[in-house]
Design a protein around this ligand. Structure first.
Ligand code: BDR
Ligand code: CA
Length: 310
């Protein structure tokens, strides 16, 4: 079976960290690099978190530091969910793994230009790095096989009534990406809020009994506390891992091809993903929007991924 070549562009972040664990060892995926962006916390913190996760479980993949702030907006972090480090909860060994000297945006450009058009971009944070790469070197755009991203919502947001965090954090970047013309799979809150990490899921994964499953437990216990404070629910939604689960088994998601516009002019609704599921606007489809998820299948995939560690 040919592996799916992936660049994971993330802002870890507890759920990003789970996506890293999933992509790090799965035989269906060839993880070419982890590019990091400011989002859940400042860039130095999200880079440190990516390195810590990789070092802790032995993922031997280069990590590249990218954009320190959104294209136009002021930086907006999510410490109320991910803590002051951006990955509060687990304790890591002293860090020896280092980020590469190359900027994440240059890595994305070079890797795509040298590719056969067979690379999937998986953004799980604000879309700043991807948009910058597209503007700096537009010749990369036809080289992108597809973009499978976590962001947006057909329904309500999770930071404002209108907007989901990743799109809200850098709406201008999201607009550039959604208008790029390459296939986009949008894994938004409509599906990611259905995969809630209840205590029974944590117990199930903990039983695997390896470094990755213990890390999963430590991260999710912290994440569930802040999710409960913020949203008053049991079990935090495992947003970002939906992207990797989809790559491993596309049948986990139900998709609808439609036109998606990113709202960047409105004060109230900045960052909203207007998904025209009905086809009101008669505009060309630019995204496959996830409208449903097979929850049992999703947790089976998570378990399968965690079991791949020692
Ligand atoms: C998204 O925002 C971040 O806090 C998470 O890591 C996820 O990517 C969910 O809205
Ligand atoms: Ca994220």
């Amino acid at each position: 079976m040919e592996k799916i070549k992936v660049i994971l562009d993330c802002d870890p972040g507890h759920d990003d960290a789970v996506a890293v664990l999933m992509a790090g060892k799965h035989p269906a995926i060839e993880l070419l690099g982890i590019t990091v962006v400011a989002g859940n916390q400042s860039l130095p913190k999200t880079v440190t978190n990516a390195l810590n996760v990789c070092q802790h479980v032995g993922i031997d993949v280069p990590v590249y530091a990218g954009s320190t702030r959104p294209l136009v907006q002021q930086p907006r972090y999510a410490g109320f969910i991910h803590g002051t480090s951006g990955l509060d909860g687990p304790q890591f060994e002293p860090l020896t793994k280092k980020a590469e000297a190359t900027h994440a945006v240059n890595f994305i450009i070079k890797t795509l230009l040298n590719s056969e058009g067979d690379i999937t971009l998986v953004p799980t944070g604000p879309l700043t790095n991807i948009a910058l790469a597209m503007r700096l070197e537009p010749r990369i755009i036809p080289k992108i096989k597809q973009i499978v991203l976590m962001g947006g919502s057909v329904g309500q947001g999770n930071v404002t009534p209108a907007a989901e965090f990743n799109i809200l954090a850098d709406g201008e970047a999201a607009k550039i990406v959604f208008e790029c013309g390459r296939p986009i799979v949008m894994c938004g809150l409509d599906v990611t809020r259905k995969v809630r990490c209840y205590q029974e899921v944590i117990d199930r994964m903990n039983q695997i009994g390896n470094k990755a499953s213990y890390l999963f437990k430590e991260m999710m216990e912290f994440y569930n506390k802040t999710q409960k404070e913020a949203f008053k629910w049991e079990g935090g939604p495992l947003h970002d891992p939906v992207t990797i689960a989809y790559l491993i088994d596309p049948s986990v998601l139900t998709l609808q091809h439609c036109h998606v516009d990113i709202e960047i002019r409105s004060e109230q609704s900045y960052g909203r993903t207007n998904c025209d599921l009905v086809g009101f606007l008669k505009k060309e489809e630019n995204a496959y929007v996830a409208t449903d998820i097979d929850v049992d299948k999703f947790w089976d995939i998570i378990e399968e991924c965690l079991k791949l560690y020692n």
